[in-house]
Design a protein around this ligand. Sequence first.
Ligand SMILES: Cc1ncc(COP(=O)(O)O)c(C=O)c1O
Length: 488
Amino acid sequence: MKSVVNSQGDPGDAGPGSDLHLELSDGPGGRRGALTRALRDAVRTGRLAPGTRLPPYRSLAADLGLARNTVAEAYAELVAEGWLTARQGSGTRVAHRAEPPGAGRRRGPATSPRPRRPAYDLVQGTPDAAAFPRTAWLASARRALTAAPNEAFGPGDPRGRVELRRALADYLARARGVRADPGRIVICPGFAGALRLLGRVLDGTIAVESYGLGFHRSLLTAAGLATVTLPIDERGARVEELTASEATAVLLTAAHQFPTGGPLDPGRRAAAVDWARATGGVVLEDDYDGEFRYDRKPVGALQGLDPERVVYIGSASKSLSPALRLGWMVLPGHLVDAVLEAKGERESWSSALDQLTLADFIASGAYDRHVRRMRRHYRRRRDELVAALALRAPHVRVTGIAAGLHAVLELPPGTERTVVRAAAWQGVAVEGLSLYRHGEAAGVPGDGLVVGYGTPPEHAFAGALEALCEALPPAPEERSDPGLVQSV
Ligand SMILES: Cc1ncc(COP(=O)(O)O)c(C=O)c1O
């Protein structure tokens, strides 16, 4: 089937006043699939140039003898894949970055029709590497090395350097509401290191939130623990389900659920501790980014409710850098010996010199200054993300923005994979929310994007937002009749 929409429009405009030649071939997906392939081909081969405006649904539908909905769905699919863009007031156009490598306008030797290497990194997980406080860290390292006793160069205490444990005890009590005694703090290589150790010490079944990092869960199962999944809803993990479960421990991101973003409801915080008291269970509290809360008072550590039932686990990975591999546990009295035994005779993982540097960094006030500066920095980025979405994609709801270094963009059901692919076409690396889901999750969005806004360097951030917005699905009213929303 062929269609030529024939009239006199602006050059580069395939609107009602231009010619658009399309050949619809047989293949999967019926008429909608044929139209999608024909349009994709026309863009890929350069027949439809970037910026070209496509005919309205109605006129293309009339020309091709198709239903309006079929055209609207094909456009929406191509918008989601990044070939087209749709903006209120300017119709549907060929995206500016739509030409894949190997198309007519080839820039390099690439010939495969794969997305280009991402120019923008919006994958959550890493703080802004350019903002690492090199000068202050170096000053602390110099002071720490100068002052270090000779004994610091020998095999260390498995708890970690006492200077760091003292500095942390003060800091955590003051800033996070943790009841910390240096004798109960054990230094470990990040949160993951803590989990490895605790996996060796705990036995039975551990409950994990239905959204989280898959490799954390794998660390626990590799250590021989069984896991059960605790569904989450808009108030956080449903800890009330612990009672009926076989769990003997639970892992919670209480201050900032990872990655959906809300704090655990106060009633549920108390319920988690009550459960642990009643059953002799243990709560593992992952406080991975507790310092970065923007709009409300910081949510204090759960551990403050009962230091005998909660293991508090913190890390320098978000506040400074994951490359340091420095984390800390504040343990209930009954777990200290077992954890030390699991760790071994000596400090086997973390460099004593890095520990002494961090101790000086905290005790000198440099850590507080750095965290305050980074809080302003990330908050500004968060605000820029929210503002860009309000302007370019007001129909996309953004959640989990009160804290942390990432936000969640809710997507219409069934669109996550195409939006992630569309983002790749726009040069953006970003992950779908489903990547973090295990098992049931009630009351939280099914499809979404987890947007890490901490990572891109300053000069690339505006471009990253721009490219991200290009990849988002159009508003339902831009797409078509309301009935079409679900089918995109
Ligand atoms: C949910 C969660 N927990 C903990 C951490 C910290 O991990 P680690 O200290 O092992 O780098 C991160 C990442 O920084 C995280 O996203």
